[in-house]
Design a protein around this ligand. Structure first.
Ligand SMILES: *[C@@H]1O[C@H](CO)[C@@H](O)[C@H](O)[C@H]1NC(C)=O
Ligand SMILES: *[C@@H]1O[C@H](CO)[C@@H](O)[C@H](O)[C@H]1NC(C)=O
Ligand SMILES: *[C@@H]1O[C@H](CO)[C@@H](O)[C@H](O)[C@H]1NC(C)=O
Length: 456
């Protein structure tokens, strides 16, 4: 208990120190908050079959549980064992193909996901993931929304499957309780709770294992159990998935209790590459997915976006009035500029594939693709509602809409001069390259977190 309190106290301190005001400006390295939360990525697990890294995110003022960005990489024929975590996940399939199995409305449902798919797994729901692409690594970028989390560390996994490593949460119960709960002998129990020792991401044995499972999932429940049973019998290898038996028990129990069959409407995924851009011109396109496009996002309060800028183009300077934005450079390179409320530069950083940036709500910013090629970036916003960015330049910008004597006076010029100035840019949202101009020297890299190159 004392330890938990201590942890909480520490977390609170860390969160407080991350607030914008009142931090010491440490010169070269930027804001003080960086020392607490702006660490490089943390590898939260690594096994022979895969790894997961987490970039700690930020909250604004008073946000104790910020959003983090997770990177999962799984080798072919591997399994992320069943677990639930204390955070909502929005998965984005960056490369490869996945099958996600999870318990939805008391049923095990399985969903195949392909490149570009967005899928939500709610906090507290048990799920597993399998890499089902032949010979291809599975790469997933996910948001980890900790607003419902315990607040201990980035997030907390509770493994259902497991053995000596990782430990199944079941192992924490008194063995006698488990024996009667599962109606099994001590030796059966021991076997189940000690065999797995290869970590949370493991290779699955047998080339056809996933498809076996897929076909089983399509059978009626009773047949399914029979089938699982026979699979069990024929599979006597050392490396049998120990959790499978467990799952069988759990699923079996449930069936007994519930009786009858039901059809469960499986929550769908949403493919971000399959749709038309919200905005498109000669200089690039952008897609924003909100709760109106993909309903599960409304539960998470998170939006998803994807932008592709042609070489040298920029996303016009803009502001997110309702959301913090997180971005991951998927390909190409460029720069991100973020501005303080007092009109000084908060960041002007070059970014490349794999870099992660974030932009606080209200802070004006822009993204610019390098002249050497297009830049594609993907990310999350902390609002599932339509995020209406307010543009500060270009047609449809606040400045053009408000153009008139008031604004002209505010800039201290004649209305005519002002109109001339704001109307010079005919394009909107995504703007062409400016005439060649050297980039200003790099500012301290405050909200930028680096070094994901190898994972994306
Ligand atoms: C426990 O298992 C035994 C046989 O293995 C069975 O006869 C009994 O009905 C089971 N009890 C429950 C509560 O499922
Ligand atoms: C982004 O745009 C470039 C052209 O500017 C194109 O070659 C590339 O395929 C686009 N990326 C995606 C994901 O559509
Ligand atoms: C502008 O605001 C930032 C952050 O609050 C601060 O670090 C910087 O010193 C300010 N600059 C000026 C010129 O006031």
């Amino acid at each position: 208990m004392a330890r938990i309190l201590l942890l909480l106290a520490f977390y609170f301190l860390a969160a407080t120190a991350n607030e914008y005001e009142g931090e010491g400006e440490g010169g070269g390295k930027g804001r003080g908050g960086e020392m607490f939360l702006l660490q490089d990525s943390k590898q939260v697990l690594k096994t022979k079959a895969g790894e997961m890294r987490v970039m700690r995110g930020f909250g604004g003022r008073g946000v104790v549980n910020p959003m983090h960005i997770g990177f999962i990489s799984m080798e072919p024929k591997s399994l992320f064992i069943p677990q639930y975590i204390d955070s909502d996940l929005i998965l984005f399939i960056r490369r490869g193909e996945a099958k996600i199995g999870w318990i939805y409305k008391d049923e095990l449902v399985e969903k195949k996901l392909k490149i570009g798919d967005v899928y939500r797994i709610p906090a507290g729901y048990t799920f597993y993931m399998v890499n089902i692409a032949k010979g291809q690594r599975l790469q997933i970028v996910c948001s980890i929304d900790t607003s419902e989390s315990l607040g201990l560390g980035a997030f907390q996994s509770f493994f259902i499957g497991g053995g000596s490593h990782p430990k199944s949460v079941l192992a924490g119960f008194d063995p006698r309780t488990l024996k009667s709960a599962f109606n099994v002998s001590s030796s059966e129990l021991d076997e189940i709770l000690t065999r797995q020792q290869k970590g949370p991401i493991i290779y699955i044995t047998g080339a056809d294992e996933p498809s076996k499972w897929a076909s089983i999932m399509q059978l009626k429940q009773k047949e399914r159990l029979e089938q699982v049973k026979s699979m069990e019998d024929e599979d006597e290898e050392e490396s049998t998935w120990t959790w499978r038996k467990l799952l069988k028990s759990v699923v079996g129990k449930e069936k007994n209790m519930k009786g009858g069959k039901r059809t469960v409407q499986l929550p769908d995924s949403y493919n971000i590459y399959d749709r038309k851009p919200n905005y498109k011109n000669n200089y690039g396109w952008s897609i924003a997915v909100d709760e109106n496009d993909y309903y599960p996002l409304s539960h998470s309060g998170i939006g998803v976006y994807l932008v592709n800028l042609t070489a040298g183009s920029m996303m016009a300077p803009h502001v997110n009035p309702t959301a913090i934005e997180y971005g991951i450079v998927l390909s190409g390179s460029g720069s991100i500029q973020v501005v303080f409320p007092n009109g000084t530069s908060a960041m002007n950083a070059e970014v490349k594939e794999g870099d992660v940036f974030w932009v606080p709500r209200y802070f004006p910013f822009c993204q610019i693709a390098s002249r050497t090629g297009p830049m594609e970036f993907f990310g999350f916003t902390t609002s599932a509602r339509k995020n209406r960015p307010q543009f500060l330049a270009g047609e449809s910008s606040v400045l053009q809409s408000m153009s008139g004597p008031e604004l002209a006076t505010a800039f201290g010029v004649s209305e005519e001069r002002f109109r001339h100035f704001v109307e010079a840019q005919r394009e909107s949202v995504i703007l062409p390259s400016a005439p060649k101009k050297k980039m200003t020297t790099e500012e301290p890299v405050a909200p930028l977190i680096r070094s994901f190159g190898s994972l994306i």
